[in-house]
Design a protein around this ligand. Structure first.
Ligand SMILES: [Zn+2]
Ligand SMILES: [Zn+2]
Length: 346
């Protein structure tokens, strides 16, 4: 084992603080990564504050990790020392169930192993990316193309794949009208990716405050959902709506914006149950769906797609001692559009 530096949450109510944690020895199929950058995802905040269930404290979060391979195990074939690599929301799965075999490890029937706060194969609790180093099984480590700016690559590992996967699955592309609800960390990536896929993209945001940004990021249209006429004007319009908002919203009002065979997919995670009228689905044979991150193969495909299309998240680089302040700013939606921690300051 090795002792490495990290920033951890000591409890649900205390700020994150510098500490050290143990990383396992590099096994035959493992790689050791010297972390360069770690993105701050809203899930990190929900988790450390105990809002998504019990948490094993002290806990290091962070599941948007990029860095350089500094050591590989004897059986490692996918990665070499010096490679620029990434780790996203999971670091393991059973590898044997039908979903794992289909490359959909995120839907492992035995449950995937989360990058933090999960029980690892050796029984220890996984610790995330707000740290200087991490040891990960090579088949859960992605190659990060050089064409993607290093610090901007980190948020692709969660925000990028979480939006790419449903856009890809529901065939966003030329001739398709795609709406993105919410222009935050996830929403701004959904706009960029859907635009690059060739779809006609509309942002549905509470106000027109970020309209200029939205259009610059690749949206063709921008509407305020606080304006009642939006829901009248856009009725029966979209093939796909990607909802990135975790707050409660009127599902029927949004579903009615779908045209024949349209799908609304939630990637935002509202903690409460949301009601909807089945009659809204009967009309226009609409579907309501959910989608969680993406498989390893699809995550690599997303990284390669972003490199090819020159897509990268908009980031604000911070040092580790700014992380608590950054959390408050994320909660206040005061970030354009993702904080990234410079791991050299950890
Ligand atoms: Zn995340
Ligand atoms: Zn499995």
């Amino acid at each position: 084992m090795s002792t490495v530096k990290a920033w951890a949450a000591p409890s649900a109510t205390e700020p994150l603080e510098p500490t050290t944690i143990e990383r396992r020895d590099v096994g035959a199929r493992d790689v050791l990564i010297e972390i360069a950058y770690a993105g701050i995802c809203h899930s990190d905040i929900h988790t450390v504050r105990g809002e998504w269930g019990e948490v094993p404290y002290p806990l290091v979060v962070g599941h948007e990790i990029v860095g350089t391979v500094t050591e590989v195990g004897s059986d490692v074939s996918r990665h070499q020392v010096g490679d620029r690599v990434g780790v996203g929301c999971m670091v393991g799965s059973c590898r044997e169930c039908e979903n794992c075999k289909a490359g959909e490890e995120q839907y492992c029937l035995k449950g995937n192993i989360g990058t933090y706060a999960s029980k690892d194969e050796d029984g220890t609790i996984t610790q995330g990316g707000y740290s200087t180093h991490v040891v990960v099984a090579e088949d859960f480590v992605l190659s990060v193309p050089e064409a993607i700016p290093y610090e901007a690559a980190a948020p692709l590992l969660c925000a990028g794949i979480t939006t790419y996967s449903p856009l890809h699955h529901w065939n966003a592309g030329p001739g398709k009208k795609v709406a993105v609800v919410g222009l935050g960390g996830l929403g701004h990536m959904a706009v960029k990716i859907a635009h690059a896929m060739g779809a006609e993209v509309t942002v549905l945001s509470q106000s027109l405050k970020k309209q200029e940004d939205g259009l610059r990021l690749g949206a063709d249209h921008y509407y305020a959902t606080s304006d009642e006429s939006t829901f009248k004007d856009l009725r029966n319009t979209f093939d796909l709506i990607v909802n990135t908002v975790s707050a409660e919203l009127d599902l029927d009002a949004y579903l009615k914006l779908l045209r024949l065979n349209g799908t609304m997919v939630n990637v935002g995670a509202p903690p409460q149950a949301l009601p909807l009228h089945v009659f809204t689905l009967f009309d226009q044979r609409r579907s309501f769906a959910g989608s969680g991150i993406g498989g390893i193969r699809e995550t690599q495909e997303m990284l390669d797609f972003c490199a090819e299309h020159g897509i990268a998240p908009e980031t604000e680089l911070i040092s580790a001692d700014q992380v608590n302040e950054a959390y408050e700013r994320v909660l206040a939606s005061d970030v354009r559009y993702r904080f990234v921690i410079d791991a050299s300051t950890i």
